[in-house]
Every structure is written in structure tokens, then in C-alpha cells.
Design a protein around this ligand. Sequence first.
Ligand SMILES: [Zn+2]
Ligand SMILES: [Zn+2]
Length: 233
Amino acid sequence: MKVVAGGKIIVLDTGPGTMRRLLETGTTIFDISYLLYSHLHPDHTGELVPLLFATKYPDTRQRREPLAIMAGLGFVDFYSGLRDVFHDWIQLPEGMVTITELSTTGRDRRTFEGITIETLPMAHRPESIGFRITGSDGRVVVYSGDTDVCENLVTLAKDADVLICESALPDELKVPGHLSPSLAGEMAASANVRTLVLTHFYPECDHADIRKECRKTFDGELLLAEDLMDIEF
Ligand SMILES: [Zn+2]
Ligand SMILES: [Zn+2]
């Protein structure tokens, strides 16, 4: 997911296909200032290695500013594991990548260039965190990453303009660690968010009326995410 705030490009999670879809929106990997990770599952991190490799080859000088990566505690270990496998193929020149580990036990908050990023742990993996991004104009977008029902998500999303929330499976197929449409709607309604965007659909969602299930609990603006969807707010 790409967020443009304060003239900076923030990318949240890089599942397979991220670089291609970014290019289709006119963004190259060299335009990304911040890379935020909700957790380490491959559907959220799978394109990190290709992204670093493509930053390095054929010409490292194409990236002019450091890439700032932020993720929950445990990311440094994960990254060093990747380095063990891919060695210097994914090592950027000194100073061209920074890694900031954020709290996985409580609230964390970072401010840079007029943008504020707040995080809280989510109910999915020990390293899971959700993100609340507030632009310099006060507009707020929240991203759940993957999560089950979670009071922290309601807290993080309080009065947000937009909540991009996972809704992995239809109500009757709900599994631990993920939300379903009516539960995502419940979280969004409790948090009083204006626009709810459901995402992270497993194929089973193709055979269910996701919108109808969500409408049982949420009556604000509701969108079902699609690749290349553009939300201005
Ligand atoms: Zn996951
Ligand atoms: Zn996932």
C-alpha cells in the first residue's frame, strides 16, 4: 500500500508484485522514502529482497536518499537472516538504509517531516503492529496489517478518516488471527472511522457477499479494496 503524505512516499508492506503495481502508479522504488512493515509473513514482506536487489543493481546511485525501514521488534533479526542467505546482493551502500524497530508491547510514536506515525500491537503475530499515519493537515489513515479482534485496533483507529482493515475470510469461515467482514465492521464502528476499506481477501471471499456481511455492523462509507485503487481524502 502506498501513502503519499507531505510530498513523501510511504509504502506499507511489500507483498509479491509490489514493485510492478507501484510502477503502474508512476512510482519507482527510488521514490520510496519510508517502508513500513506490519509483520513478517511472506505475503507482506515477499518483495523486500527483490526491492533491495533492484536498488543495488545495475546502479546503486539511482537511490539518492536513504531508505527508512520501520517495523516491529524482531525485524533486525529477520533482516540479518535475509543477509545470511543473500549476502551483499541486498546490502545497500553505507547509510543508504536505516532500520527502526518499533515497540511490540505498547504504543510507539515517531514524527518526521510533518508526518506522525503511531503504532500499537495487533493480534496476529508477536511482531505485528498496526499503523496510524497523521499528515501535517491532520488527516488520518490507519492500517491494521493482519489481525484478529483487537481492542488496540479500535484505539489506533479512533476517529480516523480512513481505516484500511484486513478482512481475510467471510464471516462463516473466520479463522484465528484474522478478521471477517462483520468483525472488521464492528472494529470500525467502535472506532468511529469515516471510511472503512476492507482488504486482504482470501479467494473464499469471491464467493461471499462481503459488503452485505460488513453492513451488519458498519454503516459509514465502505469500500472493498482492489489493486491500484486510489483514495483521496
Ligand atoms: Zn499474516
Ligand atoms: Zn497477510
